[in-house]
Design a protein around this ligand. Structure first.
Ligand SMILES: CCCCCCCC/C=C\C/C=C/C(=O)SCCNC(=O)CCNC(=O)[C@H](O)C(C)(C)COP(=O)(O)OP(=O)(O)OC[C@H]1O[C@@H](n2cnc3c(N)ncnc32)[C@H](O)[C@@H]1OP(=O)(O)O
Length: 343
């Protein structure tokens, strides 16, 4: 269809839109666990960008991941005011591997691209306009507006609109910028590979010509694509949604159940997990009885829990709620708490 539109001499300009009010939420994540089939996105985007006639993206609903990368291959982007745009691949243990890490910095600058790519956050159409990610925002029918716009630019060459030909906007001190961002990302990422690879890919955009940058993006993506972290994060994506459908054999569902306030809880067993659970409960304002029958473990746990509570309180600028926790080694004195459990 796209080939036909691009090669038909009677067609002077093209609009790409989605279906059912959504431009594109990106690749089907399930496909990442089996060999990739269908037309490959990178050559499709290259084909769109190198077209001799203007191509306009009409963005409604969402343009995420590969969807936004496709829009970046278009010569113009018109977004509905309710649309959201983003490159959330980092949450799936990946980077924007269809040219997104190379085109976005060329379009909106390195600092803004680093922010969007390393956090994966979605931006509203209004913010996208401010960043220069889209050319226009409309409250009206987006496809109609995009068609009108496409007709108005039909006789113009799209040559100056190909993002891959843009130089990356200059930054006064690239080395310092990347050093600072890498340090912050490493701290936040706590061992996650994808955010670090995202910074490296954007650095390639800022320092290499587009074809070499694409090659670097491909290399970095290849290391992430089959990583255990990516598999785990993709599993997490579906698991999070499956939780919404979770029900008890009785038919009870969490979303149809009235929540009950929990004021008291008992944590049995103060190994690594028990300590973490006790701290999380205390920090949520719950009074905790922490039980451990092994005296040495109990002594260590008291110290560890107190210092976790103190550190957490210091970070939040509040007093540590040390009085919210009592310790016991006597298993027979289990009280009736609203919530009892432990590893
Ligand atoms: C050697 C290596 C070489 C590799 C070369 C690779 C080249 C690069 C190729 C491709 C790059 C492209 C990558 C990507 O695009 S990754 C995907 C990026 N997109 C996302 O992460 C978006 C994820 N989805 C969402 O954020 C939301 O779902 C939403 C905003 C789109 C809609 O939100 P909402 O209305 O709240 O609905 P739900 O979240 O509940 O979702 C509904 C339903 O749909 C399923 N679903 C959503 N998105 C996806 C998806 N991307 N893939 C598969 N399934 C998806 C979701 O699971 C729900 O399903 P249900 O629970 O069964 O109802």
């Amino acid at each position: 269809m796209m080939d036909k539109a691009l090669s038909d001499r009677k067609v002077k300009s093209v609009v790409i839109c989605g279906h059912n009010g959504k431009f594109c939420g990106g690749a089907d994540i399930r496909e990442f666990s089996s060999p990739l089939t269908g037309p490959l996105l990178i050559p499709v985007i290259q084909g769109v960008e190198s077209a001799a006639k203007p191509v306009v993206a009409a963005i409604e609903g969402v343009a995420l991941g590969g969807g936004l990368e496709l829009a970046l291959g278009c010569h113009y982007r018109i977004a509905n005011s309710k649309a959201r745009l983003g490159l959330p691949e980092v949450h799936l243990g990946l980077l924007p591997g269809a040219g997104g890490s190379q085109r976005l910095p060329r379009l909106i600058g390195v600092p803004a691209a680093l922010d969007l790519i390393t956090t994966g956050r979605h931006v509203t159409a209004a913010e996208a306009l401010q960043l220069g990610l889209v050319d226009r925002v409309t409250d009206r029918n987006t496809v109609d507006e995009a068609v009108k716009f496409a007709l108005s630019v039909a006789d113009q060459s799209p040559q100056s609109r190909r993002i891959s030909t843009f130089p990356c906007p200059r930054h006064p001190d690239l080395d310092a910028l990347f050093e600072d961002v890498m340090q912050r990302v490493r701290q936040r990422a706590r061992g996650a590979l994808a955010p670090v690879a995202c910074v490296r890919a954007v650095r390639a955009a800022a320092t290499l010509p587009f074809p070499q940058g694409m090659e670097r993006e491909r290399e970095l993506m290849a290391t992430l694509f089959t990583s255990g972290q990516a598999r785990a994060q993709q599993y997490h994506f579906f698991a999070q949604r499956a939780v919404g459908r979770w029900s008890m054999p009785s038919g009870a569902r969490w979303d149809k159940t009235k929540p009950v306030a929990v004021h008291k809880a008992m944590v049995i067993g103060l190994g690594t997990m028990g300590r973490g659970i006790a701290v999380a409960l205390v920090q949520a304002g719950v009074s905790v009885v922490a039980m451990e029958t092994n005296e040495k473990q109990l002594t260590d746990a008291k110290q560890a829990i107190s210092s976790m509570l103190e550190r957490g309180a210091k970070r939040r600028g509040v007093a540590p709620a040390l009085d919210k926790i009592r310790y016991s080694s006597d298993h027979s004195r289990r009280s009736r708490s609203a919530l009892t459990g432990g590893p």
